[in-house]
Design a protein around this ligand. Sequence first.
Ligand SMILES: O=C(O)CCC(=O)C(=O)O
Length: 246
Amino acid sequence: MAAAFAVPGCLGNMRLLVGPRCRAHYWGSFPAGALQWGCRRSSAVRLSSLPPENLLSVSCQSLLSRLCPGLTVVPDFVSPAEESVLFGELEPVLKRKRYEGGHWDEAIHGFRETERLQWSPENSAVLQRVREKAFPPGEEQLSLVHVLDLKKEGYIKAHVDSVKFCGSTIAGICLLSSSIMRLVSVDNSEERADLLLPRRCLYVLSGKVRYNFTHEILRDEESFFNGAHVQRERRISVICRNLPAS
Ligand SMILES: O=C(O)CCC(=O)C(=O)O
């Protein structure tokens, strides 16, 4: 299994949209090594050639220490065979639903979702690995696993998950497609980080990253990492969360 890297990060199920996304906010350029927002499409990112620390691109270097240690990405957390078994269990359930245009709070577009309690033994083993990696032993977790299916055109707007329904950590496996998760400080929209989530990775957002940064999944047209287009396909995320502290 690939090694995890810990960096800066966010989370959850019930969503609180912090503010409307404004494309204009994302245009401009940043110092070398940082993100180039809104740049033109160039060659696709070759994910296999990227070391894990290259999965994060920040608008200012000081963000790195603020995001750490709340952000973890484990590339290749699930194997292609495991991805296929997860998909095999989820697809019949998802297929019965229609993609919806907007969520009740309009945070998500082009999605269908389900929550699942019972899993096949193989998939339960994968989820157990997620739980062991993301949560300290004994931490109270939501037993329902959230499954979110974004169609190719689908995307998730910037939001912070409701503290009423979700605890300090979100752990998600990304299936079928790579994507860009953007994290933006709730106090200063100039502080932004783009996280490249390779297909089959696990990401974990916890603590300050979950509370102090919005998170979003970019649509295909905006899905650039350091100037290279990261093609967004249909994407399924399988997300475990802990309970809010009572
Ligand atoms: O699909 C993902 O990985 C993130 C989902 C998300 O932002 C949410 O459910 O609040």
